[in-house]
Write a protein that binds this ligand. Sequence first.
Ligand SMILES: Nc1ncnc2c1ncn2[C@@H]1O[C@H](COP(=O)(O)OP(=O)(O)OP(=O)(O)O)[C@@H](O)[C@H]1O
Ligand SMILES: Cc1cn([C@H]2C[C@H](O)[C@@H](COP(=O)(O)O)O2)c(=O)[nH]c1=O
Length: 197
Amino acid sequence: MLVTLEGLDGSGKTTVWEVLREEFPEFVFTREPTDTWYGEAVNRSVEDDDADPLAELFLYTADHAAHLSETVRPALADGKVVVSDRYSDSRYAYQAVSIEGEVKRPLEYVRGVHQPWTRPPDATLYFDVDPETGAARSGATNKFEQAAFLSQVQSNYERLLSAEPGRFVRIDASQSPEEVIDSAVDVMERLLADRDE
Ligand SMILES: Nc1ncnc2c1ncn2[C@@H]1O[C@H](COP(=O)(O)OP(=O)(O)OP(=O)(O)O)[C@@H](O)[C@H]1O
Ligand SMILES: Cc1cn([C@H]2C[C@H](O)[C@@H](COP(=O)(O)O)O2)c(=O)[nH]c1=O
């Protein structure tokens, strides 16, 4: 089973991911951007305000392809539960904003690039926080961590949630860290129980 954590910058995904890692040591915990050289290339691009948006989309996509073949697919083939801090929905939500004007229907375009070869998540925990809170918590240190940008990203996430209500579980990420963690652990336990039914 592949479970992904999604949401705006500063929504608290990594905080939850770290706690889940302690609660469920038998799972495989991973993330995008990855810790490989592909992920390093992505991180260089994130820090470059003038990075070409289409080139950046394909850097993220290359990182995803290697993540799938080197980590996600082997772990799933071994019967493991995989929990990824960000995954393909981050591209659909973020790069559909950054490539606006470069292609028609950017969200559908980014999905179309992935569709033939990606492995969709079985469940996605969406950490729902408003763009201002997300930007403030993240420190607004790069081009993505800006409330105006995150507001457009949030609209794309909402489109994704509406399109697949059965896959997404919305978690109110404006709650205290303890409450958000409790909600996420409850959801994980429910997903495991449903899987074992
Ligand atoms: N529920 C919460 N309430 C208040 N602050 C929080 C909460 N969850 C996390 N934080 C704080 O907000 C900051 C960002 O949290 P975190 O790194 O977990 O978010 P993230 O969604 O992984 O962000 P990014 O996508 O930018 O990496 C951290 O300083 C963290 O301690
Ligand atoms: C995977 C992915 C990430 N992003 C953005 C979101 C963040 O601003 C940065 C780095 O991610 P992190 O969780 O803060 O480490 O990259 C993106 O735009 N598209 C993606 O596919």
